[in-house]
Design a protein around this ligand. Structure first.
Ligand code: NAP
Length: 274
């Protein structure tokens, strides 16, 4: 996908006079967030997208952050704005996300983009769920008619991935921390998406033989300190028909889909200008 996008972006200067421009705002110095922001800058470089990372201290007043977003909204040379989450507790993530112009919301988190997704209208699809569907397509797995179970109901992963699977005619069950007898539900899954944020939570006894397992979790193993997913990969891999690793699965796909969303926002703007 990155190679194809790089080829496409290389044609933009001749056609439109410039390349897409993504601005990433990082508030504070959380090491995980810093690493995600670096990953986004690196992918932008590979694809040929201009990337500006704006760093602000953790104690930035909310009003100042909102002013920064307003100035980027008004800047015609900016196509995509992404505020790296989570934000410090004194800042409302909801207010910040809603302040980003819908047309520049490359994460697809703006309330109008969320509404459009649920109403099956054109919108920016959130990167992680979009990447998950892309991965299924890439190995020829059609969700139609399949029993899909999503563990996790967050706005950024669980809910939108469930909606995308539903739109592709899967029969979807959404599980959460109060689901009774979770293993009995997950064992029904032909497609199992796990997005909870608990190291190696999903064990082999929770997975049906031949299931497709998508592990969204990014955790630190409490013993080794290494990155690990929400699924016990070593135990589940022999049982699953396909499974995504952590690191190296959903994470890189998410960043790749962010590049795609930035290009889409850029192109929509060019079409409007024509
Ligand atoms: P979140 O907002 O913290 O939501 C976690 C969800 O998991 C909640 O719905 C929660 O249920 C559910 N949950 C927690 N413990 C559970 C349990 N014991 N049994 C069943 N359900 C349980 O998390 P998120 O933002 O969706 O992220 C989830 C994980 O994905 C994290 O590790 C995050 O780092 C990772 N992530 C990765 C990417 C990527 O690109 N690879 C992108 C985004 C997130 P309740 O609603 O009942 O509390």
């Amino acid at each position: 996908m990155k190679a194809e996008m790089a080829e496409q972006v290389a044609t933009f200067p001749a056609k439109y006079g410039r390349v897409p421009h993504l601005v990433v705002i990082l508030v504070g110095e959380d090491p995980a967030s810093q690493s995600y922001v670096r990953g986004k800058a690196k992918a932008s470089e590979v694809v040929g997208i201009k990337n500006t990372t704006i760093l602000r201290p953790a104690d930035i007043p909310e009003a100042e952050l909102l002013e920064l977003i307003a100035s980027l909204n008004a800047d015609a040379s900016v196509d995509g704005i992404l505020v790296q989450l989570p934000l410090p507790p004194h800042i409302s993530e909801d207010r910040v996300i809603a302040a980003i112009a819908k047309e520049k919301d490359v994460d697809g988190f703006h309330p109008l983009n969320v509404a459009a997704l649920w109403m099956r209208q054109p919108c920016t699809v959130p990167c992680t769920p979009k990447g998950i569907l892309r991965m299924l397509d890439s190995v020829g797995i059609d969700p139609k008619g399949k029993r899909a179970v999503v563990i996790g109901r967050s706005q950024i992963v669980g809910l939108p991935v469930a909606k995308l699977l539903l739109d592709r005619n899967a029969t979807v069950t959404i599980c959460h921390s109060r689901t009774a007898d979770l293993p009995a539900v997950t064992r029904q899954a032909e497609i199992l998406v796990v997005a909870i944020g608990r190291p190696r939570f999903v064990t082999a006894d929770m997975v049906a033989p031949g299931a497709v397992v998508i592990d969204v979790g990014v955790n630190r193993d409490p013993e080794t300190g290494k990155l690990c997913g929400d699924v016990d990969y070593e135990a589940v891999e022999p049982k699953a028909s396909v499974i995504t690793p952590v690191p190296g699965g959903v994470g890189p796909m998410t960043i790749t889909c962010l590049m795609e969303n930035t290009i889409e926002c850029f192109l929509r703007k060019q079409e409007k200008a024509e």
